[in-house]
Design a protein around this ligand. Sequence first.
Ligand SMILES: [Zn+2]
Length: 311
Amino acid sequence: MVMKATMRISLSWLGWKGNKSPKSKSDIESDRQLVRELLAEVKSIDAFNPEQPFYDLELDKDDPLLAHLIERLQARPDLVGPGITVMHRFGKFELAEAPLLVWRMTNQAVEDDVYDMEVDGYKGGPAAAYVHCPICRAMLQQRRNLRLRTRRMGARDLSLTFGGDVILSERVRTLFAQHQVTGVAFRPVEADVRPHRPGPQLSQLVATHTLPPMQAPPTEFEGTQQCAECGTTAQFIKHTHMWGVLMYYEPTPIFYYRGVMSDTADINATCERLGEPPVARPYLLISQRLYQLLLQERVKSWDVEPVHIVE
Ligand SMILES: [Zn+2]
């Protein structure tokens, strides 16, 4: 089975804030009828309730009914909620065949460094966890161990901090060490002891192997910004698209030249920093071997998407 793409789109007969407003009673009544018709046309009439203004719909991206709905909405984008999103779900075989996979943590249970959050902010003062660029505030270099409220981790295997550091449980750190997972070092995490109730022992994952640049094209970027002070480039993998007048979000794939595969580790950092400048970070790409290990050992709180290899 290959990737399944599902579009999430919201309709409302009230319209959204910022759209043309206020509406007259007769406009509301005619829009209520229009939304009712639209729901009927995409076979969702059962969801209609004259008292309920908002409707969240999910349709396969290649469903002709979706194309019809989007066509109908071109004249009435004010009835469409913000944040139309296409979600990708990958098939088991597709994931099992990918030599590299983008690895993402699916929770942010542990916050940032306590000193950074409470005392020094993120301005990069002398005791901050990272040296920050004074202009774009990019995290240039870590200069000490993170001090975290470790109890927030609970029994989780993995967590991302708000700033994007990956925190590992002792179980996962031991697992990686036992299986000689390559491309990773473990940095101790210090427990913030206010109040005096230490949590589980944790480590910070430090990726030690960086890949050469992605193959671009076909990889596409957007929102690229380069800081004149520190030279850091922050960008996004392209994810915004237009369908007529409607903007929607759908991630696009990452491509590497096949030759790159001869020098990969189990954990690899991209050389690209991805995200908004202050928190733009390398993505972590993992090997098929590590993916299988995470599955076998039932490590939780992560997700993957395949990376594409081109000749
Ligand atoms: Zn900078």
